[in-house]
Ligand binder design. Structure first.
Ligand code: ZN
Length: 96
């Protein structure tokens, strides 16, 4: 599991909407109720960087997240760039 922000487009009525899920799963159109719409795009929110008062926290949604992300704080940095580097180099080296 991980955490995703999925973007959907309804082929029946043309509505666009976003929804957060623990998978890239299908959703129901909020306007016309058409079922089994697949995400057209998806943002991986497994790792999030949250900036507050000059401190940038790296948050991680663990494997057992299902109905909500259950974010865990992994580390804190004083710059957003350092936080991004931490995600890229330490948490996600396979994607580099
Ligand atoms: Zn629709």
């Amino acid at each position: 599991m991980a955490w995703f922000l999925n973007h959907y487009h309804c082929g029946d009525c043309g509505t666009d909407w976003d929804d957060e899920w623990s998978c890239m799963c299908n959703d129901e159109c909020p306007e016309c109720g058409a079922r089994h719409m697949s995400p057209v795009d998806s943002d991986d929110l497994t790792y999030l960087i949250e900036g507050k008062g000059g401190v940038f926290s790296v948050l991680y949604s663990p494997e057992n997240a299902e109905h909500y992300p259950k974010y865990i704080k992994m580390a804190e940095f004083t710059s957003e760039h350092a936080a991004e580097l931490y995600v890229e180099v330490v948490l996600r080296p396979q994607a580099a």
